[in-house]
Design a protein around this ligand. Structure first.
Ligand code: PA5
Length: 432
């Protein structure tokens, strides 16, 4: 059986991997005897109950039929995963949502830009829109501010009673302001499992609801994650586990002096997936003055900007390329009777073939210059392969963190900025 994802390390050089350490970590995780073990619930998300999936699909369908626009309100792990999958599968930037028939999906609460919010509210004035408000803590400032505006506008547009039917909350089952609000207003609510942290939650209702609203197959997404679990789950031996192998390679490259990992995609539709990966790895690994800086690039676009730096700048990075082997849509380059632009040598070749040659040439050039290159191969972009990729990276980041002896599932630095911000904002409980 061919693997849904494979890892090619032929341009990484010869490296001695911390396999023994990874084995110890695997044993500790299996026994749940490791810091952060209470937040390993994401491991089981691919096996969610049929009932939960059906509920998500039903609510998504109801919003799709009732609304012209749907706004997903959330930040960090409560936002970027869904957007990554939706954009990877959609025809953006030419159409927001598959077929152009479904409601337009928009995002809010992921920044504090007044003009963004102003323009969004302007756009939604007078429309029947839906709101999916996602926050595990239920107390995060950015989405809370956006939601307050959106709720008031929706109530003005359609009335309070109808508005409460068009608002869905995704939050913790026991605590937080969002839970209280949802209970008071009677919003449909999905719960985020207690043992699943924000950036590991894309395969829970946090990601599944927006993805279903956008019209994509969430069962296939989960099926892809399950296929990946067979390849990289905790039952798989270290020697065969490509996600642990990737984590070990990252670790040894880091210890050997590489400070940056550049994740590269060859299609702009993976732009938000690169952002999701940066959030997953950055927020998980950057602790105790350690961690690879996760950075990203889109080829071939960035070969005309960052390419020079990668080739001849400070050799502090290595690259990981998400290599999509087949394009879903094919375009062959046409020939011209007069070959003034001198492109006839490419006649009948597909654009994706040209893209592949550009990437191959780049990998060779970078490796020649001493930039190690890892390659994650996937056949095509679809729900299954994306579900698999998510699971792959979540396993990999967990081992990457434990190899650095940091807890993958907390974010103490983020808490510190929040504390300062609340003091400056004069939030009552932060006043001196
Ligand atoms: O990964 C994380 O835990 C964070 O990025 C959170 O998802 C983010 O801070 C949003 O938190 P919340 O869902 O509580 O609003």
């Amino acid at each position: 059986m061919s693997k849904i994802i494979s890892l090619d390390t032929s341009y990484a050089g010869t490296l001695e991997l911390p396999t023994q350490h990874a084995k110890q970590i695997l044993t500790q995780i299996r026994k749940r005897e490791i810091e952060g073990a209470d937040l390993l619930g994401w491991l089981h998300l691919p096996h969610q109950s049929k009932e939960t999936i059906e509920q998500i699909k039903a609510v998504a369908q109801q919003l799709r039929t009732s609304c012209s626009h749907i706004v997903c309100v959330g930040i960090g792990g409560s936002y970027i995963g869904a957007r990554a999958i939706i954009e990877a599968l959609s025809d953006a930037p030419f159409s927001n949502i598959e077929g152009g028939k479904a409601p337009i999906l928009l995002y809010a609460g992921h920044n504090l830009d007044e003009e963004y919010l102003y323009q969004l509210l302007n756009l939604l004035e007078g429309t029947t829109f839906g709101i999916v408000y996602i926050s595990k803590s239920g107390n995060t400032t950015e989405p809370a501010i956006a939601f307050r505006f959106l709720k008031q506008l929706l109530e003005k547009n359609v009335g309070k009673e109808k508005a409460s039917e068009l608002i869905v909350a995704v939050t913790d089952s026991k605590q937080g302001s969002l839970l209280k609000l949802a209970q008071k207003e009677g919003y449909t609510t999905f719960h985020i499992p207690k043992d699943v942290g924000g950036r590991f939650s894309v395969l829970s209702p946090v990601g599944l609801l927006p993805i279903a609203i956008a019209g994509y197959d969430i069962e296939d997404l989960l099926a892809g994650a399950r296929l990946m679990e067979e390849q990289v789950g905790l039952e798989v031996d270290i020697e065969k586990n490509i996600a642990i192998h990737y984590a070990c390679l990252r670790n040894v490259l880091y210890r050997g002096g590489k400070k940056v990992e550049l994740l590269v995609a060859q299609t702009p539709r993976l732009h938000s997936l690169l952002e999701w990966w940066k959030q997953l790895f950055g927020e998980s690994e950057g602790k105790n003055n350690q961690g690879l800086l996760p950075h990203s690039a889109l080829f071939t676009t960035d070969l005309h900007s960052l390419g020079q730096w990668i080739q001849e700048g400070d050799p502090l990075l290595f690259e990981t390329i998400i290599h999509i082997q087949e394009s879903v849509k094919t375009l062959s380059i046409p020939s011209e009777r007069e070959d003034i632009d001198q492109l006839n040598y490419l006649s009948d070749k597909s654009v994706s073939w040209v893209n592949q040659q550009a990437i191959e040439g780049t990998i060779m050039a970078h490796a020649h210059r001493g930039v190690p290159v890892l390659r994650i191969n996937m056949l095509q972009i679809n729900e299954r392969s994306l579900g698999a990729l998510i699971y792959f990276f979540q396993i990999a980041v967990t081992f990457s963190c434990y190899l650095l002896e940091v807890n993958p599932f907390d974010q103490p630095g983020v808490e510190e900025y929040k504390k300062n911000m609340f003091t400056l904002l004069g939030k009552p409980e932060y006043r001196e």
